[in-house]
Write a new protein. Structure first.
Length: 99
């Protein structure tokens, strides 16, 4: 390795979380402060909650339910109205050209 090119490596660097958890690891920075870590993250602790403050999930469910109902009524109407149509012949008229 070239000298004075690479940053200094700290083998006992500390990562300090807002919850108070301290993780010791190796890094080029001696100390880092983070807001969330594996000890306090909801995904890893099992306390995951769905926050839906604007009601978007319920609104989406209502819209999809309305769409399903509308689709069912349309298919029902189509199945009722399907009757065989009488065959009609198209008459093609041939006009004579005047000379």
């Amino acid at each position: 390795m070239k000298k004075n090119v690479h940053p200094k490596y700290y083998s006992n660097a500390k990562i300090i979380c807002a919850c108070g958890n301290i993780i010791e690891t190796g890094s080029t920075v001696s100390e880092m402060k983070v807001e969330i870590c594996g000890a306090c993250h909801p995904f890893y602790t099992g306390k995951k909650k769905l926050l839906d403050t604007t009601g978007r999930v319920e609104r989406f469910k209502q819209i999809t339910e309305k769409f399903k109902q509308k689709k069912a009524t349309l298919t029902e109407k189509k199945s009722r109205s399907k009757k065989p149509k009488a065959e009609t012949k198209k008459v093609v008229s041939k006009k004579k050209k005047k000379k």
